[in-house]
Design a protein around this ligand. Structure first.
Ligand code: ADP
Length: 452
């Protein structure tokens, strides 16, 4: 069995990839378990140096990785370069962790009490197709830093950059079997990472539906699990904000990566008194988004990832959809969908479900309380933005919105040095930031009796 990979910008076949089955998955997990024991025994400085070498090799291949992502995923080349550089940065950041995994010395009677942050063993990482290499690195870099081995299953449509990263790890001198990428089907390879007892933790990023299944599977073995799932985030614009800036940046808060972003601010909530003015300002901003050839340096938005996903996104914009205006998109082959602005009712499907495409809904609100109610009227809680010049209101709103990652007067993207993750059904646990390696350890407490 093999996976056929299609270039989303022109629908040409890129290549065929051999799929892993359950026996080959089990064999890779067994090799990872052996490699992990040796890796965990290395001196912390040795693991740190190995991760820095891995970062250096990634740095030397940023352009190659970026072009691979352009072909496989249709990402604009400027964005893809940022993604490859981000993988390097994440590795650099967590290369500092092996030498800083401090335990505690806790004062107790009769002896000495110490805690150790022990590695878990083999960690399984299941990644989605929207940001294949960056999301992979959020799992593998801190997991390796904490002394674990990693087996990673990339999404069926987009395995190429992950496979290349595993090859670069070997080139950098990481031991054979320590970081393995297993292309294959979710219900086969992904499911096996959940059921194989040698895998001690699963890091899953993807849809909420599949995430619930993974969590239920992990419960069987009380397996550790981190989930990064969907979102329907609000971009809340108050009348007292810099309206020009809020409107000019709103398209980039939702249409980046063609809206295939769990952090997409896909609901713009606008205070009613400035709604008309905001829409006047938003229209040219949406028309100005440069959609086209991903290899063009000026391109800001590429195609959707695959035909099947295009059909799903299109189902949210039927002929009678309340379209306020649309941006540009090329015609001809490729899964092109124009940036689209809808003005539906509050309970319409397009206003409540995650579309994961370049479709945004704009809804008016009356006051702060109404904005909070509307922002939180969703099972999701991943990101969001608040636009106001009133500092007190900004803080009140930031505390009231039930979401893991908020930005005030910006649509800040993910930073490797700050924690990332969702409230409610957007996820469980946090990735990135200084504490991420701890999520790949067990706390062990040791008491040493001392003769007084
Ligand atoms: P989408 O619907 O957007 O493709 P999914 O949540 O289905 O998102 O996919 C995210 C990742 O989860 C992919 O790597 C996919 O192969 C994997 N996956 C799909 N089904 C399962 C499953 N039953 N168990 C484990 N992983 C799965």
């Amino acid at each position: 069995m093999s996976l056929t990979l299609i270039n989303p910008a022109d629908e040409t076949v890129i290549t065929e990839i051999d799929e892993f089955d359950v026996p080959r998955t089990d064999a890779a997990i067994a090799r990872a378990a052996v490699a992990q024991k040796l890796w965990a025994r290395l001196a912390p400085a040795g693991r740190a140096a190995a991760l820095r070498r891995f970062a250096d090799v990634v740095d030397a291949h940023v352009e190659e990785l970026a072009l691979l992502e352009v072909r496989n995923s249709g990402h604009p080349v400027s964005q893809a370069r940022w993604e490859a550089g981000h993988v390097r940065d994440v590795l650099e950041y967590y290369a500092a962790a092996p030498e800083r995994l401090f335990g505690k010395q806790i004062p107790v009677a009769g002896g000495l009490d110490l805690t150790f942050a022990e590695p878990l063993g083999v960690v399984g990482i299941i990644t989605p197709w929207n940001f294949p290499m960056t999301i992979a690195s959020w799992g593998f870099a801190p997991a390796l830093a904490a002394g674990n081995a990693v087996v990673l299953k990339p999404a069926e449509w987009t395995p190429l950059t992950s496979l290349r990263l595993a090859a670069l790890a070997l080139e950098a001198g990481l031991p054979e079997g320590l970081f393995t990428v297993l292309p294959g089907r979710g219900p086969v390879v992904g499911e096996r990472l959940v059921t194989n007892p040698t895998v001690r933790k699963v890091v899953f990023t993807g849809s909420t539906v599949t995430g619930k299944r993974v969590m239920a599977g992990c419960a069987e073995q009380v397996k550790r699990v981190t989930l990064e799932l969907g979102g329907k985030s609000a971009n809340i614009v108050f009348a007292d904000s810099d309206l020009e800036k809020a409107a000019a940046t709103a398209p980039y808060g939702v249409f980046e990566n063609a809206g295939q972003d769990c952090c997409a601010r896909s609901r713009i909530l606008v205070e009613r008194s400035v709604y008309e003015r905001f829409m006047e300002l938003l229209e040219p901003a949406v028309a100005g988004v440069k959609v086209g050839d991903p290899l063009d340096e000026a391109t800001e938005m590429g195609p959707l990832v695959a035909r099947g996903h295009y059909e799903k996104v299109a189902s949210y914009v039927p002929d009678d959809a309340p379209v306020a205006f649309r941006g540009q998109a090329p015609s001809g082959p490729g899964f092109w969908f124009p940036p689209t602005v809808l003005t539906p009712g509050r309970t319409d499907r397009s206003a409540t479900e995650e579309i994961f495409g370049p479709v945004v809904t704009v809804l008016p609100f009356d006051d702060e309380a109404d904005a909070i109610g509307l922002a939180n009227a969703t099972d999701y809680g991943l990101s969001g933005s608040i636009w106001t010049r009133d500092l007190s209101r900004a803080v009140r709103m930031a505390r009231a919105v039930e979401s893991g990652n908020l930005s005030v007067n910006s649509h800040s993207s993910v930073r490797y040095s700050t924690p990332f993750g969702g409230f409610k059904q957007s996820g469980l646990g946090r990735e990135l930031g200084p504490d991420a390696p701890l999520a790949f350890t067990e706390t062990k407490n040791v008491f040493l009796a001392i003769d007084e």
